[in-house]
Design a protein around this ligand. Sequence first.
Ligand SMILES: Cc1cc2nc3c(=O)[nH]c(=O)nc-3n(C[C@H](O)[C@H](O)[C@H](O)COP(=O)(O)OP(=O)(O)OC[C@H]3O[C@@H](n4cnc5c(N)ncnc54)[C@H](O)[C@@H]3O)c2cc1C
Length: 489
Amino acid sequence: MHDYVIVGAGAAGCVLAARLSADPAVSVLLLEAGPHTDDERVRDPNRWAELAGSRYDWAYWTEPQHRLSGQPMQWPRGRMIGGSTAMNAMVYLRGMPGPYGYWAQMAGDDWAYPALRPFFELVEAGPDHDGVGLRMTRRDDSHPWCEAFVAAAKELGFGFNADLDRNGSAGVGYYTVTRTEDGRQGAADGYLAPAASRPNLTIAPQSCARSLDVAGDHATGVRYISADGVERTARASRELIIAAGVIGSAHLLLLSGIGPAQTLRRHGIPVRIDLPGVGRNLHDHLAVSVRFPSANPDPVRTGSGLADAGLFAGSAGHDESDMHLWLAPTPGADDESFTVAVGITRPLSRGLLTLASRDAGDAPLLQPSYLASDKDLGILVAGLRLITEIAGTHAIQALRKDPQARALSSDTRSLERFVRANASTQFHPVGTCRMGCDELAVVDPELRVRGLENVRVVDASVIPSITTGGTQGPTYAIAEKAAVLIGKT
Ligand SMILES: Cc1cc2nc3c(=O)[nH]c(=O)nc-3n(C[C@H](O)[C@H](O)[C@H](O)COP(=O)(O)OP(=O)(O)OC[C@H]3O[C@@H](n4cnc5c(N)ncnc54)[C@H](O)[C@@H]3O)c2cc1C
């Protein structure tokens, strides 16, 4: 029996394991479905894209996307110690304050941006006296093609934003990335490794949780298949914390009989708590990119994991930035072209995660319903128009093989078709165990599963409305805040 059992060693799980085990009087068990790894593709910040489809990926696919090409979309999620932070593109952004206003509407002022700021500052402060904390790098010596992107944005009149990571509201600037000279800084490196030798912390890789045992308003344990293939039950005297990520956490609740009663009954799962919101509110950043043949091969092929600089801009009539653009120098193995991409910062489309079957080995059905809102389509069309303008700047024309060629048609219908044929995930799904106080909330403002006294969900699944940048920064901040909430209990 441990004081705390944490399921999932990703961004949130590693923070919690490190913070809770800092008290030597408390014992913590961390269960992780995937292995520990020092695979070179994880270490090397430029090889993250190679991990999709590998043994370190849950390798999910969405349901067919009828408003896009009609095809399912690949959704990588890290399955290893470090979770998705061991395979992500490392861009660190707090995002604009706007969405946090919605968090506060749903869950109270403790989740408003001013209340969260100290936790972001904690994430950004770097290692503490025990060495626990992330090391980050501000990319101000950038890939020459990203420099051209910054120059292009300035040519078009966008201001330079020297604090894009903390104040990503508008303008062009350099990214902060969770890496050092030595390579990637995921949650496993920054949070878990410095705490791993503590005698009160047990880390169990290759231990996949299958369901919670629930009696009344308490979970009595979590059943998991351990590394030796045996089913075991872990018990927590204080709390069980689910940090299995946007897909794993909702899936685990559903398999445990916590979710919409109708769905559970349909799959023959006894209903423990009828929580209709489990799996709802699934949403993600959608992006589309345009490829340009370059005049010269990439001058520094290994210089960039994705992009070094980003631009936040508003589409026509919008003061608030609803578009995030970047230039990626080396997409795939091709070093003779670059892409300019645009993503929607605050998508309105909402989807659903639900069970495919009651078998824990079957992946859940993932329906993000991309472009369910026409407004999302309109923003990406506006983004493609801005990409055309960017492609016409002196700075970008100098990079292009065919500088005079028009990048895209100006006709709205053709641009819509381009979006539908080419848009893809930015790898930021959130929201399936949304926090709040209403009937559809899955966890309360203290992140307790509604109806259970001793279970919390702490990860990207509790996010009510996606933030405007990547989701690792907000997830780290949520976990830092949760560690304080749990410590107070
Ligand atoms: C390819 C890719 C690129 C990305 N790029 C960026 C980026 O550049 N910037 C950014 O901000 N964000 C990025 N993200 C998103 C970011 O990494 C995630 O939002 C963040 O890691 C979410 O943290 P989490 O704790 O919710 O989940 P995760 O980090 O995914 O961790 C969940 C953990 O739980 C484990 N787990 C799941 N189910 C079980 C179970 N049943 N039993 C035991 N363990 C389980 C998983 O194996 C995993 O280790 C990217 C993600 C991907 C996949």
